[in-house]
Design a protein around this ligand. Structure first.
Ligand code: AHR
Length: 493
């Protein structure tokens, strides 16, 4: 099999916004309790945050973390999570049928983010909550002092405003599963009114309105059009959410990035229609604020438990390959996708997995995320890739390769990311970097293996980890043999 990829320094897609490598912590399962927070753990710090988890989060270089949901936020009273911890109420969480103890709230999460070298992307409740509740939360977090809510924050130990810059106007309000789900017009009006209040209080904030939570819903893409026609001038981003799972065909699953790309292009086109319709001069940015592999159909529930072990997917090599393809698609759409959140970060469909009271583990998907988040900085470059095709049941014959590239003008490095979907044979692969003059390949990392379903476990934590190959010698054109079903990161200087 053959494939070739040509990259030209002049073919820039866009500057890569660092927020493309965001993630997500929801009050869901063990993401918070025994995930990021476990006061009785031997590695807990003075606030009860697990330092072993913080170390792995920092290694991922995640610039922003969405919080507190997700579906959870649509029935959440943010005021339950402030003030003395012992006095906070326990509540039923309708989204996940759990009991929420409220030991962590916005103040503690801001502290955690500082420790994790990241920033908060806060979501307000537009399910059971009102635009005024959203305004009160903005006042509590971002207003300096001298009013009821800002002085309450100061009394609760945070003298300086949290200065949270990025806010979500609710979550998945098109989903019938959402607490307080709304029609597109009703949500558009509610989101616009919340946005007006929030920006009056702090004009420097950026707001994300809910786009389609899945292209599989009947309301897609009309939802996006209607919502944007109501909110275009008040918001800065429209959100997208998409998860993939291996249903009945590895070929379909591997090429999920094609579906993701089409989804992005459709939402961008719909946003551009709304731009024309509203006579706006602004181009709407996309926040792809939930994406991952998620075995939704295999989920179990443990109703009315605190921190139940739910959505604890264990990721395989195959999942990590699919995940790499999705990361390439985000980079290839860096002109429109200015923010994205890997959903989620700890325990719940996550790259980091903990034992309650025990160890912490890097799941297979941890590695491609870390690699692209570390090296996929600077400018996203167009990759012109030709590859032999594979046959997929849903998409027919499609090229067996997904690629993306970045050029970091600070250090002059070029990074090339490659998912090889070829299922049966090695591929002779050429990377053509002629436009850069003479360069040297300094690193070739590969994720592959004989068992597609191998997973990292506490007993075998290194079952799925990238390995370094000896970089091939070349000056402008590089020829490499790629094993079937493999993920690669090439680095050049
Ligand atoms: O990330 C898990 C859930 O998936 C989120 O709560 C929700 O927004 C989406 O349906």
């Amino acid at each position: 099999k053959h494939a070739a990829c040509q990259i030209d320094k002049a073919y820039t897609i866009a500057d890569i916004d660092p927020k493309l490598y965001g993630s997500f912590i929801e009050h869901l399962g063990r993401a918070v309790y025994s995930g990021i927070y476990e006061p009785t753990h031997s590695r807990a710090d003075e606030q009860g945050f697990r330092q072993d988890v913080l170390e792995l989060v920092r290694e991922l270089s995640v610039p922003i973390v969405r919080y507190p949901g997700g579906n959870f936020v649509s029935g959440y009273r943010w005021t339950d999570g402030i003030g003395p911890i012992d006095a906070r109420p326990k509540r039923l969480d309708y989204a996940w049928l759990s009991v929420e103890p409220n030991h962590i709230g916005i103040d503690e999460f801001v502290d955690w983010c500082k420790k994790a070298n990241t920033q908060v992307m806060a979501a307000v409740n537009l399910g059971t909550g009102t635009p005024q509740d959203a305004g009160y939360m903005m006042e509590y977090c971002n207003h300096p002092a001298g009013t009821y809510w800002s002085d309450l924050r100061r009394k609760n130990g945070h003298k300086e405003p949290h200065a949270i810059k990025t806010w979500c106007l609710g979550n998945e309000m098109d989903g019938p599963w959402q607490t307080g789900a709304l029609s597109a017009a009703a949500y558009g009006e509610k989101a616009r009114e919340a946005a007006k209040i929030m920006k009056w209080i702090d004009p420097s904030v950026e707001l994300v309105c809910c786009g389609s939570s899945s292209p599989l819903l009947d309301s897609y893409p009309e939802w996006d059009r209607i919502v944007l026609e109501h909110t275009y001038e008040q918001v800065d981003y429209i959100s997208m959410h998409r998860y993939y799972e291996n249903e009945d065909s590895v070929e379909n699953f591997l090429t999920s990035y094609i579906d993701m790309d089409e989804f992005i292009k459709t939402v961008a086109a719909t946003a551009d229609y709304a731009k024309a319709k509203t006579r706006s001069k602004k181009t709407m940015k996309i926040s792809f604020d939930e994406w991952n592999v998620w075995y939704i159909q295999k989920q179990v529930r443990f109703p009315w438990m605190e921190a139940p072990p739910i959505l604890e997917d264990q990721y395989s090599l195959l999942d990590a390959l699919v995940f790499g393809g999705m990361l390439c698609t985000l980079l290839n759409n860096a002109d429109r996708v200015k923010m994205a959140c890997l959903a989620q970060l700890v325990n719940v469909i996550a790259p980091i997995f903990t034992e309650k009271g025990g160890r912490v583990l890097k799941q297979a998907i941890y590695y491609p995320f870390q690699q692209v988040s570390t090296y996929g900085r600077g400018k996203s470059l167009k990759t012109l890739t030709k590859a032999d095709c594979i046959n997929t049941p849903d998409r027919g014959m499609v090229p067996a390769m997904q690629t993306a590239a970045s050029y970091n003008d600070e250090d002059g490095s070029i990074s090339v990311f490659v998912l090889n979907c070829e299922m049966t044979e090695d591929t002779e692969f050429t990377i053509d970097l002629r436009s850069f003059g003479k360069v040297e390949m300094v690193e070739h990392s590969i994720l592959a293996g004989p068992d597609l379903f191998a997973k990292n476990t506490f007993e075998h934590p290194l079952a799925v980890v990238p390995k370094n190959e000896i970089p091939v010698v070349g000056t402008t054109v590089f020829q490499i043999v790629l094993p079937k079903l493999s993920w690669h990161v090439f680095r050049f200087f």
